[in-house]
Design a protein around this ligand. Structure first.
Ligand SMILES: CSC[C@H]1O[C@H](OP(=O)(O)O)[C@H](O)[C@@H]1O
Length: 347
């Protein structure tokens, strides 16, 4: 079994999160026991990655439930809904956040025959179940993705859709960990992924420490690597897949999809079904988070542009479904026509 970092752990009645803002230089865990702390952890990207955000939110919804001081169930439910509305404002794009919040609220409403104290205990169990399910889902995504790859392949990934973006295995990296267990001879190129550099400080960190052959490239080198025939497949994660198969993912994914078409390289999206949002019809409807300008012009500590210059910093872009070869989920491999075939995942 390959060595993987632990991103999220519930122990001593607290949530422990690996602080991803200080990787790869420092491996440090921070503990959280309030809903406000969880909100900050998601917004500040101490924890990030759609599935990891969802699991964190589930524990956050338990911590929020604990803070509601009433034994009257209707009062509790009203307060719980407000806790969910608050936590949903921490980041807008990854649908796993609202998916986890909605699941915890649905669970509380379906179990309102319990006492409030008993319900709170059960909410923690539901959060732990969501945690366990994520690990199982990622393993299955890896198995399905592996069926599309071959020993000796060269892979390109973008941002971090790895163990660090989930509870284990990752989505895009799951196949890489499984290929390592099969002693495949393969190599991975990781786009550093400006401006937050998740590809170099997270993906390269986790793959390198697991002993996987990983090479960091700048985002602008992707075309050259593809032109040299080094890449047999591009595998990325997603923050939200619309009903028509459009994919919101880290900024720069759309660029890769255009290059992939040019070089006739398959573009695979590795994604758990909770990231597929059938209520959002097309990518145009997906809210795209814009983050602070300093991520772009002060990412290395010093200003790399005039302090007051205009900066555009969308954290994500939308890759049109026409540029996608397949969406690989735990339930199977989905190809075009995506609208029709994604629906089948939920029948
Ligand atoms: C397993 S999907 C992770 C997905 O989330 C990342 O965004 P962020 O680091 O801002 O949370 C990136 O888009 C990854 O593909």
């Amino acid at each position: 079994m390959s060595k993987q970092v632990t991103t999220i752990e519930w122990k001593e009645d607290k949530l422990f999160l690996l602080d991803q803002t200080v990787l790869p230089n420092v491996v440090a865990y921070r503990s959280f026991d309030t809903i406000q702390g969880v909100w900050d952890a998601i917004q500040d990207m101490i924890v990030r990655g759609a599935p990891a955000i969802g699991v964190t939110a589930a524990y956050g919804m338990y911590l929020g439930a604990k803070s509601i001081e009433t034994s009257e169930m209707s009062e509790f439910q009203k307060g719980y809904k407000k806790i969910g509305e608050y936590l949903a404002t921490s980041r807008p794009t990854a649908v796993n956040l609202s998916w986890a919040i909605d699941r915890m609220i649905d669970f509380s409403q379906k179990n309102d025959q319990l006492t409030v104290d008993k319900l709170k205990e059960q909410l923690l169990e539901e959060a732990k179940l969501i945690h366990k399910e994520d690990e199982e889902i990622n393993y299955k995504i890896g198995e399905n993705m592996l069926s599309l790859l071959s020993d000796g392949c060269g892979l390109l990934t973008h941002c971090n859709a790895g163990a660090l973006a989930t509870t284990k295995y990752g989505t895009a990296t799951a196949a890489m960990y499984l290929a390592q267990e099969k002693n495949w001879d393969f190599k991975v190129y990781s786009d550093e992924t400006r401006p937050r550099l998740q590809g170099s400080n997270l993906t390269a960190f986790e793959l390198h420490q697991a002993g996987i052959d990983v090479t960091v490239i700048t985002d602008s080198m992707a075309a050259v690597i593809m032109s040299k025939g080094e890449i047999d497949a591009i595998i990325v994660g997603a923050d939200r897949v619309a009903a028509n198969g459009d994919v919101a993912n880290k900024i720069g994914t759309f660029n890769l999809s255009i290059l992939a078409k040019n070089f006739n390289i398959p573009m695979y999206i590795a994604v758990p079904t909770p990231t597929i949002d059938m209520q959002t019809k097309t990518g145009a409807e997906i809210p795209i988070e814009e983050r602070d300008s300093h991520e772009v012009i002060k990412g290395f500590g010093e200003f790399t542009a005039p302090k007051d210059v205009k900066v555009f910093n969308p954290a994500f872009d939308v890759t049109p479904h026409e540029n996608i070869t397949a969406i690989v989920t735990e339930k199977g491999i989905v190809r075009a026509p995506f609208e029709e075939n994604l629906k089948k995942l939920f029948e």
